[in-house]
Design a binder for this molecule. Structure first.
Ligand code: SF4
Length: 116
């Protein structure tokens, strides 16, 4: 894994409660892949302390990203437990970026349409 990949996985270590280093590193949820594609385009962002979920954006992120994720609906606790389990790190990173207005939902949709 190159520097870019290592930095992207830093996102998983930092945000994802489901991430297990060395296990299934080839399997990526769509939240992570979208975040990685955004970082490739605009550089790895600095996440502020306490960057977290933007409740207002969660429903839209589920509609925009989760419904197209390969882990939806059978393998994602967040979806299976209808929000009573945390989302993946990619989802949380995207939520933090939306909350801080670092990215817009339109940019996320654009990445999805272009790359996936
Ligand atoms: S929260 Fe679940 S369904 Fe949504 S992107 Fe992450 S793994 Fe996929």
């Amino acid at each position: 894994m190159g520097d870019k990949g290592a930095r992207s996985r830093e996102l998983c270590r930092k945000f994802c409660v489901y991430y297990k280093p060395g296990k299934n590193e080839d399997l990526s949820c769509l939240g992570f892949l979208v975040a990685e594609a955004l970082f490739a385009k605009r550089g790895y962002p600095v996440f502020s302390q306490g960057a977290g979920r933007a409740a207002d954006d969660e429903e839209l992120l589920v509609e925009t990203v989760c419904l197209r994720c390969p882990f939806h609906p059978g393998d994602c606790d967040y979806i299976l437990k209808e929000g009573d389990a945390p989302p993946c790190g990619g989802f949380l990173a995207l939520s933090a970026l939306l909350r801080t207005e670092t990215v817009t939902m339109d940019e996320i949709r654009d990445v999805l349409d272009r790359v996936f």
